[in-house]
Design a protein. Structure first.
Lengths: 822, 112
């Protein structure tokens, strides 16, 4: 009996122990596992493995010795007060090895996630919710294009050496990591970094092409043509704007080359134009400015160059500053994390910068397939075989997805049917194949290498021959010359080929080869003493080849040219002031006309106050300007009121006529039928719409900001932040006050803006100045994550520490790394 | 005694072993020298909590708590002190539960 009681007690003790152990193990398992979006909490919060390990100390080691497998000789890296590496190597192999090593040290996760995005490999680490984004990138042919490009890059010995050394440097950093030293985002998403592959460099360049030349509105334009007919379409979407100030000055002669025969328009195109009856919508704000001023206009007598590329701003910063020095090379500037070389910068002889051209290098072809199997398509009066490419997409927690993409000779059929498109981008027409410059093999890194080592204008011209896409306005300055070239690989097309969807069955609609490099528009040392670009039309209509039918609005370019034309004794500071200029050419052009229609005696108190503010406004988008807030809202109400009714049809994808065309309507055609709101019985004119828009704008601002006062100031009204690449608000900048808008030179707008401001004073001793919104480190727990943001936001530049030798002394040098081989 | 052994072993291992080692330490220590369930749980709880807070502060103080503040905001907490407290309590819970399990297992094998 006693024994039996003992067994029960014993059993109960075991049960208790078992329950306790069970719950302890369950707790540990839960803390070690990623549940939905929450990282494994035990791992993530523990001081041994978690985020505490990523908290970087403010105490910087003044010297560090590193032994790295693969180095051929000694490399010395000096870091300045912003932790910018100044790399001194004995040979080019070690130089790019060290660049790869340092870039990975500071930006590994950014490099990993951007490569994954381009390659359609996000779902592998994030899960099924991003599968559609991956499928889109695969089906667009990003991998197809990158595979071709890396082949071309590896065929060139200089480039091959550069890419392999850079890759080895990155991997040498990755191999020394342990899970506790992984960058914070790997811990958040709970995956491990993988080895870098040479093709990743190609993926990053293709990603740039996607950002800058991956949009189109051909699908919408074709629907517009069907709805309104050719007369209205040509009237509303003209091939050259009313206001323009092209990059290559009007009147430039094209006598430096013999024009190739221009292809004839296809039958389909002509039929569309006589009938009585693009990928991503383009975003205003992805633009950039650059210019160079000749010595005749500067205080020093030597040219000055300036560049500020505008992009969707992120943290970690888009760019990585670096100085690269080896025998035969000493270059300073910004690089793209994941690609060797300096992309925008200067050396002791030359400086260069780029802005986007926005060439028409992406076209859709309507294909005629024999049947739904899509094994054959009609082209050149016969059936032709399609090819297939199988894309294997790994998905976290699921079996891999196999996606078959059909290719015609044009390129991939991005979506075969509506089911496949599902929630895919609107601008992609179903059943159409895509011809895109990013599918071509290219050698952009060679262009960069030649600029990095370039000595004069001829080297600049030679470098450009290697640059295909995204087509860019390359500005140049040496101590003797200035120049600009809207440069890239332009398909040879008939005029407006690609304004609308093309006919896939007709060879006349194919791309007809390429515009030869020597025939790109270019200008050297023009009489006006400066060159500039701000994404406006490359040339006036006299240029024989078709580049695109529409470009970014001209306002920034016009303001830059107006200022540079009257500038004398220019200094670095004059350039800085122009980069941060917020004067609105748009307001200058149309505000007087808009105000003319307003009768102040008919306004209520709030409207009158807004009217007074805009009446005395100096047309600057300063942070404390109330006029800027009123004008922006008024114009936006007006623009939407003019087109919102006629273009309400969803298939038109809100592809309204341009700002320039709307201005023309307002200034020259006040009784046009387009002012009439077709949704009301009354017949409206410009006066009615302008007044309605004003009332609506004042109401909108009042609803958001209350009675007129400090809250109406532009800096307070406008939302502006630098978002983090990981989409975590805690890792972003948060909202901050700023001036400017998309159409001012300082184009801060909706999270877009100057991702790098650079000014270079040429001469016997080159001096560079620059700043970007963020910092060198990609670690949100580093003092160098956004240490340069404040200076950038104040509109100031920093003098760049351009060292002439490794032994050069400077109080700005805070630490030194010595790298040697094992 | 239990407290000090867990404290010292957890502290030393924090520099090179994964986070869950504190569970093993607490479990084994209580298995061998634990006395009562309550004291085993609380001694381990306090020991691991202290170790985790001290190790976290070693990293966070020279960082001016930049990282801890960002992570606190990530979890919608107002400041770095909160994420430090959550870290400590989580570690304490793992240590305490493991020590309790160790003690209960020891009891199960004990003749009385």
């Amino acid at each position: 009996m006693v024994n039996f009681r003992g067994i029960i007690i014993q059993a109960m003790k075991f049960t208790k122990a078992f329950i306790s152990i069970f719950f302890t193990l369950l707790l540990i398992w839960a803390l070690q596992t990623k549940i939905s979006l929450v990282p494994p909490l035990g791992k993530f919060l523990s001081p041994a493995d978690g985020f505490w390990q990523n908290a970087e100390s403010k105490h910087i080691l003044p010297a560090l010795n590193l032994k790295l497998n693969g180095l051929q000789d000694k490399v010395t890296i000096k870091f300045d007060e912003n932790h910018i590496p100044h790399i001194f190597a004995q040979n080019e192999h070690d130089l790019y090895f060290a660049q790869g090593y340092m870039t990975a040290t500071d930006r590994l996760w950014q490099m990993d996630i951007q490569t994954r995005q381009a390659a359609g490999r996000l779902a592998e680490v994030i899960g099924p919710k991003v599968l559609d984004i991956d499928r889109y990138h695969r089906r667009m042919g990003m991998v197809y294009g990158a595979e071709k490009t890396i082949k071309a890059m590896m065929a060139d010995p200089v480039e091959r050496n550069m890419i392999l050394a850079y890759t080895d440097g990155i991997n040498s950093y990755i191999h020394q990591l342990s899970p506790r030293s992984y960058p914070i985002e790997f811990k958040l998403l709970n995956y491990a970094p993988e080895d870098w592959k040479p093709i990743n460099c190609a993926f990053l360049l293709k990603l740039m092409s996607e950002t800058l030349a991956g949009g189109s509105n051909e699908f919408a334009m074709t629907n517009i043509l069907r709805k309104f007919g050719p007369a209205s379409t040509n009237d509303l979407f003209p091939d050259y704007p009313m206001h323009e100030d092209p990059i290559i000055p009007t009147g430039t002669k094209w006598d430096y080359f013999k024009t190739l025969p221009i292809p004839k328009p296809s039958a389909n195109f002509l039929a569309g134009m006589a009938d009585s009856t693009n990928t991503k919508p383009r975003v205003e704000g992805i633009g950039s400015n650059n210019w160079a001023v000749a010595g005749s206009k500067t205080a020093s007598g030597y040219p000055i160059l300036a560049n500020d590329p505008h992009l969707n701003l992120t943290l970690p910063s888009i760019w990585y500053q670096v100085q690269l020095s080896a025998p035969g090379m000493n270059v300073y500037g910004v690089s793209l994390p994941g690609a060797p070389c300096v992309i925008l910068g200067f050396n002791n002889n030359i400086s260069w910068g780029i802005t986007n051209v926005d060439a028409d290098v992406l076209d859709w072809y309507q294909e005629k397939f024999r049947d739904t199997k899509m094994e054959e398509y009609w082209y050149n009066n016969k059936w032709n075989k399609t090819t297939r490419r199988v894309e294997k997409i790994e998905v976290l927690g699921q079996k891999p997805v196999y996606d078959t993409v059909v290719y015609t000779h044009h390129g991939p059929v991005v979506y075969q049917n509506n089911a496949q498109k599902a929630d895919g981008p609107d601008f992609v027409p179903v059943g159409h194949s895509l011809r895109w410059i990013a599918h071509e093999q290219s050698n952009e890194l060679m262009a960069m290498y030649l600029l990095n080592t370039g000595k004069n204008y001829d080297d600049y011209r030679k470098a450009l021959t290697f640059f295909s896409a995204p087509a860019s306005n390359f500005v140049f300055a040496s101590k003797d010359d200035i120049a600009i070239t809207p440069n890239g690989k332009y398909p040879l097309k008939y005029k407006d080929q690609g304004k609308f969807i093309l006919d896939g069955t007709d060879p006349a609609d194919d791309w007809h080869g390429w515009v030869p490099f020597g025939q790109d528009p270019t200008i050297k040392n023009p009489a006006r003493g400066f060159v500039s670009s701000a994404n406006q039309s490359s040339t006036d209509p006299s240029y024989p080849y078709y580049i695109n039918w529409s470009f970014a609005p001209y306002e920034r370019g016009k303001r830059i040219n107006d200022r540079l034309a009257v500038m004398t004794n220019a200094t670095v500071d004059s350039m800085r002031k122009l980069q941060t200029d917020v004067y609105s050419i748009r307001a200058q052009n149309i505000l007087p006309t808009m105000l003319k229609y307003i009768d102040p005696t008919k306004l209520n108190a709030t409207q009158l106050s807004a009217y007074d503010q805009i009446n005395m406004w100096d047309k600057n988008f300063a942070p404390n300007s109330i006029g800027a807030t009123v004008f922006t809202n008024w114009w936006s109400q007006l623009y939407n009121a003019v087109w919102g009714d006629d273009f309400a049809d969803k298939t038109l994808q809100n592809n309204f006529p341009s700002v320039d065309r709307t201005e023309k309507l307002l200034l020259n055609e006040p009784t046009s039928k387009w002012f009439d709101d077709i949704r009301t019985p009354a017949k409206e004119t410009a006066a009615d719409i302008v007044n309605k828009a004003f009332a609506a704008a004042v109401k909108e601002i009042t609803d958001r900001c209350g009675k007129p006062g400090a809250n109406w100031q532009w800096g307070k009204f406008k939302r502006m932040e630098i978002a983090s690449l990981s989409r975590q608000p805690a890792f972003g900048s948060g909202n901050f006050e700023s001036g400017g808008t998309a159409s001012t030179v300082n184009a801060l707008h909706d999270g877009h803006g100057p991702s790098w401001r650079m000014v270079v004073q040429m001469g016997p001793k080159v001096k560079g100045y620059g700043i970007f919104p963020g910092g060198e480190s990609g670690n949100p727990g580093s003092f160098f994550y956004n240490d340069m943001f404040k200076t950038w936001n104040e509109g100031k530049l920093k003098e760049l520490l351009f060292m002439q030798s490794v032994s050069e002394q400077s109080p700005r040098i805070k630490s030194t790394y010595t790298l040697t081989g094992k | 005694m239990l407290f000090f052994i867990i404290l010292i072993l957890s502290f030393a291992s924090g520099y090179f072993l994964p986070w869950w080692i504190v569970a093993v330490i607490s479990f084994l220590t209580a298995l061998f020298i634990g006395t009562t369930a309550k004291s085993s749980f609380w001694q381990a709880f306090i020991a691991v909590l202290m170790v985790w807070i001290v190790l976290a502060l070693f990293k966070s103080i020279p960082n001016d708590h930049i990282m801890a503040t960002r992570i606190a905001h990530l979890f919608h907490l107002p400041g770095w002190g909160y994420i430090l407290a959550v870290t400590g309590i989580l570690g304490g819970l793992v240590g305490g539960m493991s020590a309790l399990s160790g003690l209960l297992l020891k009891r199960a094998f004990q003749k009385h």
